[in-house]
Structure formats: structure tokens, C-alpha cells
Design a protein around this ligand. Sequence first.
Ligand code: PLP
Length: 393
Amino acid sequence: TIPLSQRVQRIKPSPTLAVTARAAAMRAAGRDVIGLGAGEPDFDTPEHIKRAAIEAIRAGMTKYTPVDGIPSLKQAVIAKFRRNNGLEYQPDQILVSCGGKQSFYNLAQALLDAGDEVIIPAPYWVSYPDMVLLADAKPVIVAAGQDQKFKITPAQLEAAITPKTCLFVLNSPSNPTGQAYSREELKGLAEVLLRHPQVVIASDDMYEHIVWEEGSFCNILNVCPELYDRTLVLNGVSKAYSMTGWRIGYAGGPKEVIQAMKKIQSQSTSNPTSISQAAAQAALEGDQSCIAEMLKAFKQRHDFVVERLNRIPGIDCLATDGTFYVFPNVEGMIAALDGVEDDVALAEYLIEQAGVALVPGSAFGAPGHVRISIATSMENLEKALERIAGVAA
Ligand code: PLP
């Protein structure tokens, strides 16, 4: 056997990607499985975005670009931050990467050393703790239950901060809970952060556009501009424009951190795909009505799924503020099923017995829950909920 690094042994493969792969494999083997595991919109990338990519190929945009992105895309990102978020950046404060995932990876690599602590509220996006571990640092998980709408309080944040705290990760609206922090709640967290100037903040705004109440999105810099010099705003085109396969994310933040992240990227992937950059520019600069169309479908599905889930005995599901996930508590269902002792076993049971693939809450640091993706047709959702109800009956 070939000895592998301790680093790689510290982490696990992405559980959400694993569920999707398993459902696809079962389907390929002829099993009838409805996939509710997906972390991506079920819509096609809008036509005008595809066209921009095709034109880019024809125009010969098929070579290396600057590591941090082509200047015109960076200008589109700057304009986007100004238009949607009221944030001002210079070009050397912007880094375009191969997906939001690489943005966070670069940040962890650029910022963290062994022993550094990173505060991650749970439920969390599955990749944060593992990317922190890959940077030799220590994830400090702060749990927020359904009773607090899965959002941490200022007191919890204060209690988690130590002299070793380097980074605080904020993801609102949240994958997997769909809950978003209000202005007031962000203000409360910001007041704590103002007292601890050593803490850098990562605001992961990936689901910014997928919120039910128009104009309700807000990030921590909007309520506390004083944190500008130590906040990285991470975003991307994957979810807003149904462009998960194109792999374009971007970050805005303090110049020294962005330049350090760029250095990491220059020695790993170099530039994100040239063609995808052209597509991302078209997405950011073009007609935004594609977002509203997706949003309408997600909201309709959300209303149906939450109502239907809450009629199933043993399931308790909060309505969300946005995203395409719901995150019900399923402890009652687990208790009622013989031989099913936790959420991981329940997910296993549902895929085998009901042909419904979803992700156990443990993957997000929240046992007793499951994440259901509503990024699939109403028809699939109706069928899947019938099946889950059948198992619970
Ligand atoms: N941040 C959050 C909260 C996410 O849910 C995701 C994707 O699932 C990402 C970042 C990364 O997105 P991508 O790398 O596909 O752009």
C-alpha cells in the first residue's frame, strides 16, 4: 500500500455529491429513484449566456487568461457588487476562481496556519470544515438548532471566539437550512466582531438571489461597513444563473488577502476557464429576468413541500427565506421506524425502501434532520413526498 498524506486522511469526500452519484448509479441500474440530493438548479443555463460562450470560442478566447480573471469580467463583478450590494471594490480587490468552492479554498489556504481556529455555525455547508482541515486549521462548530431557526446568536459567537480565532464563516441564506439572517441579527453578530479585530469574516452570499422576499437580502457589510477591511464577500454564478458546471465563483475583499488568494490560485489551477469567464460576464451584465423565473418555480415548490412535509407524522419543517433546500427535523420519524436509529440510517432506508435520495443532516453537522433539495420538478416532488409519507405511515 502507498502511504497517503495525513492531510488527505483528515477529510472525507463531499457527502452531497456522493448521494447524487449513488442515486444516478441506482437509476442506471434500473431502479426507480427520485433524487432530492442535488445542490444545483434543475434549469438549463439561459440561452444568452450559452451564446456568449459559443461566441467566445469562435473569437478564439481559448487561451490562458490573467490568473484572477479577464479585466472585463472583473469590471462586471465590480459593477455587480455596486449594483446589488452597495459595495465598492478596485480591480486588485477582486479574484475570479473556479467556482465558489475554490474561492473559499483559496481563502483557507491564504489565511490559516496549524492551530488557527475557524468558527463555523452548524448546520453548515459540507465543505467548510474539510477545507479548514486541509489548511491544517481547526473548525470550531457552533450549533444552532431549529428552535433558533438554525441561526447563531451574538452570545454564542462571543463564547466561541478565542485569541486563536482567525476566521468566522457566515452563509446567509444558508445551505442547508434556507434560513437567512435579518439586518438586526447581522447587527448583533457585527457588534461582537467589532470587539475582536483579529477575526476575518467570510460572507458566503452564494444564494443571495434566491430569496422569497424581494429586497430582503443583506450581508454583514451592509449593516456594519466598519468590517469592510477584514471581510471577504464570496459569491458566484453557479446557483443564480444555473451555471454549476461552468465553475465560476468570485470574491471581493481586502487587497492583501485577495492577492494572497490569487497567489495560491496561480500555483494550483491558474485562471478559471476562459470560455466560462465570457459566459459569467454575460450572466452578470445581461438580462436578469432569468433569476426571477427560477425564483418563482422554487417558491411554488417550497410552499408545496413545506406544507406537505408538515402533514407527515414525525416530520417538522420550517418555512425558509430562500435557497432551494428545506431542512426538516425527522426525529419523530426515526423514533417510529424499527431498526432506524439516526438520520444516516433514515436516508439509507428511504433510498432503499422508498426510492427517494436525500442527504442526512449529519453531513451538515445537524443530526436528526435531512436536507431535501427542491431543485426538481413538481411531479417528482409530489411523488417523492407520497413515498416518504408512505414509509412514515
Ligand atoms: N457556498 C455554498 C453555501 C454552496 O452551497 C456552494 C455549492 O453548493 C458553494 C459555495 C460553491 O459553489 P460552486 O463551487 O459550485 O460555485
